[in-house]
Write a protein that binds this ligand. Sequence first.
Ligand SMILES: Cc1cc2nc3c(=O)[nH]c(=O)nc-3n(C[C@H](O)[C@H](O)[C@H](O)COP(=O)(O)O)c2cc1C
Length: 804
Amino acid sequence: MDRLTYSTLRVREQGSVLTARIHRPEADNAINATLVHELDDVFARAAHAEHTTVVVLEGLPEVFCFGADFGVISDAARAGQDTAFDPEPMFELFRRMAYADVLTVAHVRGKANAGGVGLVAACDIVIADDSATFSLSELLFGLIPAVVLPYLIRRTGFQHAHYLAATTQTIDARQAHAWGLVDAVGPDSEALLRRHLQRLGRLSKKGVARYKTYLRELSPLGGHTKDVALATNREVFADPDNVRAIRRYAEDGVFPWESPTAPDAAPDAPHATSPHPPSETTVPPQDQPHAPSPLPEPGPPTAALRAPAPQAAAARVPAAPAVSPRALGNPLFREAHGVDYAYAAGAMYKGIASVDLVTALGNAGMLGFFGTGGLAPDAVDDAITRIKKGLDPGRAYGMNLLSNPEAPDLEARTVELFLRHGVRSVEASAYLRPTLPLVHYRLAGLGTDPDGRLRQDHHIIAKVSRTEVAEHFLRPAPAPLVRQLLTAGLVTPEQAELGARLPLAQDLCVEADSAGHTDGGNAYVLMPAMRALRDRVTNEERYADGAAPRIGAAGGIGTPEAALAALTLGADFLVTGSVNQCTVEAGTSEAVKEILQGLGVHDTEYAPAGDMFEMGARVQAVKKGTFFPARAQKLYDLYLRHDSLDDLDPRTRATLEGKYFKRSLDEVWRETRDHLARRGPERLAEVERSPKQKMAHVFRWYFVHSTRLALHGTPDQRVDYQIHCGPALGAFNSWVRGTDLEPWRNRRVDVVAERLLHATAALLTERLTAYAALTTGATPPRNATPPTSDTAPGGPAPLATTAE
Ligand SMILES: Cc1cc2nc3c(=O)[nH]c(=O)nc-3n(C[C@H](O)[C@H](O)[C@H](O)COP(=O)(O)O)c2cc1C
């Protein structure tokens, strides 16, 4: 390789190892455009050099790299220039470090912050000195480590990265080692590095290049990740509030949460180029009484994470950095489904989750699943066309796919429709095990881009309430079904091969007690069990980084408290149902919405489910003001006790005909028979042979009828309305009582979602601040805790004015 001279780097070469040291002592080794350009040049040349197999990246002994150069941003703002520097070169630099044909080794001593952590995370191997510390301080200034996170998540997994970003907490080298950010740590990192280089020095260029190519294919990054990362980075650096915060810090040493006139405001703030807050790790507490300590220390106490001395902390505890609603949940969920929020509205049959509902959510950056249940393929076809028309370009939508063992043909036709329309997100419900059409949908979306990156165009969210069902979806598609699809020419050998390495569903929606068909499960129990199962299966199947299935939560989410509880249980995304049925867009009658608006938390109960009547399946429905649950139960009891309609005593028969059906049972049977004849004569013949089956079909008519009455809002038959609903709506109703959202006519589905998410984020901030106070023994200042109006539905600021 040519001898090279750079202004921000010191480069030396020894055999097959090239060492690049960041050298900007005047700016705490902060990142500027020149450094990015020069580093990129070093890695590009090393990748192409015939003999270079390893590049070591290191910083100064006390600081590895401190992130973006705030001095430059502040200067640009003062000069009236653009402050949003192009983040693409940095993204591409990280990508080159991670995937170019050379092994990259970070040797970290001292502090690594923000973009500095990105440089570390992008390396193949990280060796840290005991003196090394790591932090992401961006959120303190309203910024987001958007370009860093994809690489950090690749190394540490989502939660550790999320923790670092959300809490802005500094961690020491041992903690970073435990979390996977560091591979080797010791008091003499030079010796540690030498030992590693001895081993790496034995590798051939060809072997290294081939290995890195393979890694590139295994866990590619780019495409949508890149688009989102760059767009987010540009957005936060262009935000005038953030630029103001950066300037105040760079010029006056005042942190965003401090009043500029406060007597104790940052008298000895760290270097002006640094976005890093003073921390208990790096600055003695007595020097920095306002050091943020947003969370109690994680895991076992370490010296670095020890809380500040009480006398220092007692002065005041700042509010934890505001959490943005967009930051809730798993970014990979947002990326996969092309949404801004990790939030979905579950399907509601017969188009109750309507075209308008799905479109409104999609245009607000969320995911709505159209309720295909009980609709003919033509109606579903028409709905997809209308949804696509109503959505702004690039916005997401999803469709419900229901297992239907009684009509397998319908499932296959529905999948054909989805494939024809290019539906990208499907909520798969009522499955006990994978079926051919479902596997077909998943595999048909797999492929590789021309540059070798894995493409997954079809995303399945499998809705489950039981672990044994969940496991089917967490594993790759069953081999016999894949073979069948291959033989039929419905998938390619490449798709079959890719499918064997990926879970059938990338998203599992764990449905606890809700309006859906559940066993009335308990989220506190189900979520940990499902997550443990996911971890076990991920391990056994050896899924690549980022390919582990995500776990979402549904059931009971109607308040910020519930949403936060679900997130704390580890939910990667949230799914609501009941609250959406009582919105302007929901495709049910106004009469139903009037009833729903007045429900409390005790006004629903489990009743037999019409679609799985004979199996004894149950579903939750409104009991206030309707007889439906009681009547449905009565029908089920009669079904269990009798073998035929002829066994019913005359009084019972009269009650059913006069009150429930409002027509004779013979009339009901005639209608049912005509329907069955249209669906399939074989089925009809079978039912006619069995008096018990005939009775079941007559009773099931009541369920169809009562649904229809509700959907049409038939005025004089309210007592028979069948309205599926869980207690989440009662909780929502009491949360919004006395606010603009009390009347259902003000409840737009996207507004409901935004209010919920905004209040959840505010509540999280509030809780973090309160815990910080507990940790330090200080009383939170009155303004540290967001006013309760922030967590109330009536008064949140519009989403656009939050920290993003
Ligand atoms: C009226 C109504 C109809 C529903 N229909 C379906 C459906 O057709 N398919 C489905 O997968 N889930 C269905 N669900 C369940 C929701 O998609 C969602 O998973 C559930 O309601 C979430 O729990 P929650 O009601 O406690 O918010 C329905 C829910 C309601 C309220």
